[in-house]
Design a protein around this ligand. Structure first.
Ligand code: G4P
Length: 529
């Protein structure tokens, strides 16, 4: 296996990508239970209807509070420690959701068997693809009627342009569900119902799919189905290839039911066996290996305190190399200063207070007063500066209208601050005085208005924007860029760093301009500077 650690504890740092309601929360709970969660503070999260019933204000509070409990969840299994990083979904979908995917080494993609690939899964998948993050697929809810397994596999392959390798096969679904056949180990997982209505998961070993003993465990229909479908699947799809998986070109596919705890143990085993240990991370001077002696890490997320009197933040750092110790001093190259990390939040600790060390792949929460920003490097080695933490083009654009026009300066400072923090994008159109803010999730707009009011004493509101989408623009030849900017001045803005941005009314218009201007690169991400 690639990159197994030598002297340090083994880690799998991963995220779950899915569309709302596919079963991420349920699966997370089951993973934590199966894995004997080390740190499980409070409930994982409200589920389904309950969650959607929460008041708007509650959601804002949660967004702004230092509710670190569900940001990183750690569990252990078979000597491996798993760090599961939360990717906020639903209304709290934000740039943080995307950026969290830059701090993981692999992902689990959860798909609802009845719905297949849905919009949000696809978006998150595209972010994974930017860094070739290896993905294990879990087709959930096989206890209910769903699409045919072949249709699901073909959909994953076609929509995501990814090879699929079925690792297990459901014998029926919903009312006809009889069990899951492990195609790799020739085992049949049988759902013996216990009193709680959950499956017990009895597992039987066979000598291949034509073992006559299978007839004792499956109905005649089930047996025929397995013989026909599973053999066809083995022949029709590529076999699992570890290198192709690690390169992000192939996804092994497991079937199961998070709700009934079926297939969850196999998923953990797959993460253990196949998912990568902490990988080298890109810096301006080449990748830093996790075995590098010096402690290095980068900040991928900052959470603000909900109490405006206390400008506390918790910055989440992904540790990339070295052995972190409480109290150690780390250089922050963006300011040139050193900070002493006296009270880190160490999520994997049995008891947070007692943990003193962390290893590559672990996440450390660092309380601070706003000095640490998304994209910052913290390092013992002054030559290391991490790259690859992008800004993502916003999906919702709004014009900002000031209620009191004398507050323009304060508004600009607030928007610049928040853009720097990584919670929003701000664009200054080259024509006209009204600024545009962009976010990737609706809730961010509410958070923004409320923070403007409370923290910056600026009364503003958002109005519909004439533009619907934004792309950073660049060209190899500066003359090409200049010419494009001049001819399209009405649709050009600059971001917080002064980088040129093209604003389009819709995707059709964007595609049109992309087609007409091959010398211009339109990008949906921009590396943070
Ligand atoms: P999410 O975090 O991806 O949004 O999904 P979540 O786990 O909240 O699950 C969404 C709904 O799907 C929940 O039902 C949950 O119980 C159900 N679910 C999850 N996994 C399975 C599964 O394997 N089989 C079946 N049949 N259902 C599953 P809900 O009605 O919205 O919530 P609740 O009232 O059941 O809590």
């Amino acid at each position: 296996m690639l990159n197994r650690p030598t002297g340090r504890p083994d880690r799998r740092t991963f995220a779950i990508i899915s569309h709302p309601d596919a079963g991420k929360t349920t699966l997370t709970e089951k993973l934590l239970l199966f894995g004997g969660a080390i740190h499980l503070a409070g409930e994982v999260k409200a589920r389904g209807q309950n969650r959607r019933a929460r008041s708007d204000w509650m959601k804002i509070e949660q967004q702004r509070g230092i509710s670190v409990t569900s940001s990183v969840m750690t569990f252990e299994h078979g000597g491996v420690t798993f760090n599961l990083l939360d990717t906020p979904g639903h209304e709290d979908f934000s740039e943080d959701t995307y950026r969290t995917l830059t701090a993981v080494d692999s992902a689990v993609m959860v798909i609802d068997a009845a719905r297949g690939i849905e919009a949000q899964t696809r978006k998150l998948f595209e972010v994974c693809r930017l860094r070739n993050v290896p993905i294990i697929t879990f087709v959930n809810k096989v206890d209910r009627e769903g699409k045919e397994p072949f249709a699901l596999l073909d959909e994953i392959a076609d929509v995501l342009a990814l090879d699929v390798a079925p690792m297990s096969w459901p014998v029926g679904m919903g009312g006809t569900f009889e069990g899951i056949y492990d195609l790799v180990h020739d085992r049949l997982h049988l759902p013996a119902r216990n009193d709680s209505g959950h499956f017990e998961g009895e597992t039987l070993q066979f000598d291949g799919m034509d073992d006559p003993r299978l007839a004792e465990s499956l109905s005649a229909d089930g047996l025929a189905r397995l013989a026909e479908e599973a053999s066809l699947a083995v022949a029709a799809y590529p076999a699992f290839d570890g290198a192709a998986y690690l390169a992000g070109d192939l996804t092994p596919v497991y079937f199961g039911s998070a709700l009934k705890e079926f297939g969850v143990a196999e998923l953990i085993a797959a993460l253990s066996a196949h998912a990568p240990s902490p990988l080298p991370q890109p810096t301006t001077a080449g990748p830093v290996d996790p075995d590098h002696d010096a402690v290095t890490g980068f900040i991928f997320k900052v959470q603000a305190n909900m109490n405006p009197q206390h400008r506390d933040r918790v910055a989440f750092m992904r540790l990339c190399s070295g052995r972190f110790k409480r109290g150690m001093k780390l250089l922050q190259p963006s300011t040139g200063k050193s900070i002493a990390v006296h009270s880190p939040i160490l999520f994997f600790a049995q008891n947070r207070e007692l943990a003193d060390e962390a290893f590559p792949g672990d996440i450390i929460g660092i309380p601070n007063h706003g000095t640490l920003r998304v994209g910052d490097t913290l390092t013992e080695d002054e030559n290391v500066r991490f790259t690859g933490l992008p800004n993502f083009a916003p999906e919702i654009l709004r014009r900002v209208a000031l209620v009191d026009p004398t507050k323009t300066k304060q508004l600009r400072k607030a928007l610049d601050d928040m853009a720097e923090e990584g919670v929003t994008q701000v664009f200054y159109p080259s024509i006209g005085a009204q600024w545009i803010v962009g976010v990737v999730g609706q809730l961010q707009l509410e958070v923004l208005i409320s923070r403007l009011e409370v923290e910056y004493k600026v009364d503003a509101r958002f109005e519909p924007s004439p533009w619907d989408t934004a792309r950073w623009i660049a060209a190899d030849d500066p003359a090409d860029l200049k010419a494009f900017v001049e001819t399209h001045r009405g649709a050009i803005a600059t971001d917080r760093d002064g980088a040129p941005v093209f604003l389009a009314k819709d995707l059709w218009e964007l595609n049109f301009h992309e087609g007409r201007n091959p010398a211009i690169r339109f990008t949906a991400t921009k590396e943070r500077t």
